[in-house]
Design a protein around this ligand. Structure first.
Ligand SMILES: [Zn+2]
Length: 425
């Protein structure tokens, strides 16, 4: 039932019994010793620091289930493991986690069954930030634009508009004199076709990333004869009112054959074996990594946003699929000579979803209220140069990602508003 309260599994969540502050030291009693679980959010905590509670809940859940260490308790210098050899060849992959999911379906006792790969395989290898606050507009295109520019963009979410500020791809290519083949975006819907480069003076056309829209490729490859592929072709889950029609079918097919080295027949027949748009995107990403081996690669997953239909079971299935796909991609990174041991991968939602009890919200279904649950998300970093098995609960923001990428790769994100995340440098 849409918006219904999901039953917890009965396991007490100890997060708020003793809150350990992020500067380390002895645990101190919480102001009120009320057991906290994500499902209770907003109903019982209207006057408390909800973002702080959420982040500490995630932190303690991760420490309990994976044995991760509290980052602030560690001593020592830079976590860089491989020095300059890695820096020169370093590759970055950013994966947005599928349209956003709530803790009670993911990083909480009652949600952990949906993310066995993130919890069991990836988190223990990662530096995990539990307190990422999105202060921007909660629409998927505009939020992703904010992520790629490091500035809270204000463009109309449902418009074919480029970001107003330079993207990470433009900083990377201009500052480091990188060819167009070295920065790519694989994005879920036609509405993301302008995400690769901004309208900012001094940057913009010709300096950004090339964007692959797998659904558009599939439309071109099947020439309108979709057969049983409709489940892969829905443009977005939020509105049927904005589905920009892109031209250039011939260009798309050239992209298939020249860039991905896939015949139209092979691509179409493989697509028939896939169950979701995100499966199609990951298939395209793997082919792109094999054929172009880009140093800066951005993948926007989106299946979880099927939640807008109100089908809780489809939302859960999408979380489980996204969990599996993230691990599949990371394992692929480790199997590819161009990427193994020199790749840093970031996984983060663009934002969350409404809490069950948010006034005017519909729980998991939407992200309309701007409440703490929909704004307080997380980020996982893993791979080259990243300390393993560490969790931080100090506040960071999505706009910090691009400056962090810049510090790692050697470009200056000069117009970004965020700051490099010190724990990753
Ligand atoms: Zn959405």
């Amino acid at each position: 039932m849409p918006g219904a309260l999901r039953p917890a599994n009965g396991q007490a969540h100890r997060a708020s019994l003793f809150l350990q502050n992020s500067t380390g030291g002895l645990p101190k009693p919480a102001a009120r010793a009320v057991p906290f679980c994500a499902t209770m959010l907003s109903r019982f905590t209207p006057y408390r620091d909800v973002p702080g509670l959420l982040s500490r809940s995630r932190r303690d859940f991760l420490r309990d289930t994976t044995g991760m260490a509290l980052g602030s308790a560690l001593v020592g210098g830079s976590p860089f493991l491989h020095g300059q050899a890695v820096q020169r060849k370093r590759k970055m992959i950013v994966v947005t986690f599928g349209g956003g999911a709530r803790d009670q379906e993911t990083f909480a006792p009652e949600g952990q069954g949906n993310i066995p790969h993130l919890l069991g395989e990836l988190a223990p290898q990662s530096t995990f930030f539990t307190h990422m606050t999105n202060r921007g507009i909660l629409g998927h295109y505009v939020a992703t634009a904010s992520l790629v520019t490091g500035v809270y963009e204000t463009l109309n979410n449902f418009s074919a508009t480029p970001p107003a500020h330079p993207t990470a791809f433009e900083y990377f290519r201009k500052d480091l004199r990188q060819p167009v083949s070295n920065a790519w975006v694989v994005a879920p819907s036609n509405g993301f076709n302008r995400i690769g480069e901004s309208s900012s003076a001094g940057y913009g056309p010709g300096l950004g990333a090339r964007v692959i829209l797998p659904k558009h490729l599939l439309q071109a490859a099947t020439a309108g004869r979709f057969g049983d592929l409709n489940h892969l072709l829905r443009d977005n889950y939020e509105t049927p009112l904005f589905t920009p029609v892109l031209g250039g079918g011939e260009v798309e097919l050239q992209q298939l054959e020249r860039v991905l080295k896939l015949s139209v027949d092979d691509f179409s027949s493989h697509a028939r074996t896939l169950s979701s748009p995100d499966e199609l995107s990951v298939y395209v990403v793997k082919q792109l990594m094999r054929q172009q081996a880009p140093s800066l690669l951005w993948l926007t997953l989106h299946d979880i946003d099927v939640a807008h239909t109100g089908a809780f079971s489809l939302y859960l299935q999408a979380i489980q699929r996204t969990d599996r796909l993230c691990a599949e991609l990371w394992n692929f990174v480790q199997s590819e000579p161009e990427y193994r041991d020199n790749t840093t991968m970031f996984i983060l939602p663009d934002f969350g979803r409404d809490a069950d009890f948010a006034t005017g919200g519909n729980g998991f279904q939407h992200h309309r209220t701007g409440d703490a649950a929909s704004r307080t998300t997380w980020m996982m970093a893993l791979g080259a140069g990243v300390r393993q098995g560490v969790v931080y609960d100090n506040p960071v923001q999505p706009i910090d990602l691009v400056p962090t990428l810049g510090s790692m790769m050697g470009f200056a994100a000069s117009r970004a508003q965020g700051r490099p995340i010190a724990e990753l440098l």
